[in-house]
Design a binder for this molecule. Structure first.
Ligand code: 3IO
Length: 334
């Protein structure tokens, strides 16, 4: 036993001279609400990999997809209270909480997730909105523009009348403006609602046809290319403040890059998802008439005015925000 003890002491000494000893590793937990295959979790794994690599193993990120640590609506408070160090939130699940950033839920004409994600990150950096003051925001990004995925075909605006469709936040109001009956719930609750028939389809981006297998139940896809869903990756403020400066720098340097990476991943994945769904389920892609597309634009314009009023009431320079977003759209979609 004397030899064994001596060996153990040697082993302990060896450990302590390695570049990062086990006791020094910073462990962070990262909560995400949808299943691992979906884009918020794919970008989470990419961020984890980059951070672990760029900090030479000084930081270890433990990821929790599929609401295994915190759910779609509990992540905001959970990260604030430190139940997770980091969390992913879809802003549309929290109406009224993000009066500035919710501008990205409006039908502003973005055609890609890449341009919308970069524009969202620029807006965040410029305004540093106080709606995030309790958090460190690590990155932001958006879904691709939203479309209708339904069990029965929606060929014209009239077909939407009274149709129960799942959406969230201002995107639910867009559906309402078009005569549908929106049912607001997070993406993570949607598979069950579709199965049970509580909703007859959903309003989101086409990536979920594949990642959540919605193509099986929603064989009709009507292209509207309306608003995107904005996301934020938030970190507990104390956990952030406790990080050494070199680690903070790695994460700060990743903010914009991660927004762009996620947008580009999403735009490519929408194409892959549609091709997969056409092959596997022979989905039908539907385009509405020019007149209906024009009607959609006209019916949803008042939502921009609604947002302006609410934002102004919250002390936000709403017109300046809208023109900054429009300038970014033109810049990134050029
Ligand atoms: C989304 C949310 C979770 C997983 C995949 C997703 N694709 C698009 C979204 C946007 C969103 O938050 C939503 O609820 O539609």
């Amino acid at each position: 036993t004397g030899v064994f003890a001596a060996l153990m002491i040697c082993a302990a000494m060896l450990c302590s001279v390695s570049p990062v000893s086990a006791a020094d590793v910073i462990k962070l937990s990262y909560a995400n609400f949808p299943p691992a295959k979906t884009f918020p979790c794919v970008q989470m794994e990419r961020w984890k990999q980059e951070v672990e690599k760029r900090t030479n193993g000084k930081v270890l990120v433990q990821t929790y997809p599929g609401s295994t640590l915190l759910g779609a609506k509990t992540t905001l408070r959970g990260v604030m209270q430190g139940q997770a160090s980091i969390g992913c939130i879809s802003l549309a699940y929290h109406p009224g909480v993000f009066p500035l950033s919710s501008v990205f839920e409006l039908p502003l004409g973005f055609t890609t997730a890449t341009s919308a994600s970069l524009a969202l990150w620029d807006l965040y950096e410029k305004y540093q909105p106080k709606e995030f003051k309790r958090f460190k925001v690590l990155t932001m990004f958006t879904s691709a523009p939203s479309n209708l995925m339904t069990k029965a075909p929606v060929r014209k605006l009239e077909d939407l009348k009274g149709l129960e469709l799942r959406a969230s936040g201002i995107l639910s109001k867009i559906l309402e403006s078009l005569g549908a009956t929106p049912v607001s719930m997070p993406m993570s609750a949607t598979p069950e609602a579709l199965q049970k028939g509580v909703v007859k389809g959903l309003f989101s981006s086409f990536d979920v046809l594949k990642d959540l297998n919605f193509a099986e139940i929603c064989r009709y896809e009507t292209v509207t290319n309306t608003a995107v869903y904005p996301f934020a990756i938030i970190m507990n403020m104390k956990a952030w403040n406790d990080l050494p400066d070199d680690v903070k720098k790695v994460m700060n340097d990743l903010g914009r890059e991660q927004a762009q990476w996620t947008g580009e991943y999403m735009d490519q994945h929408v194409k892959d998802s549609l091709a997969w769904a056409e092959e596997k389920y022979s989905i039908e892609m539907i385009k509405m008439s020019d007149a209906d597309m024009q009607a959609i634009r006209e019916k949803t314009v008042p939502l921009i005015e609604d947002w302006k009023k609410k934002a102004t009431g919250a002390g936000i320079a709403a017109s300046a925000v809208l023109s900054d977003v429009e300038a970014s759209r033109l810049k990134y979609e050029a």
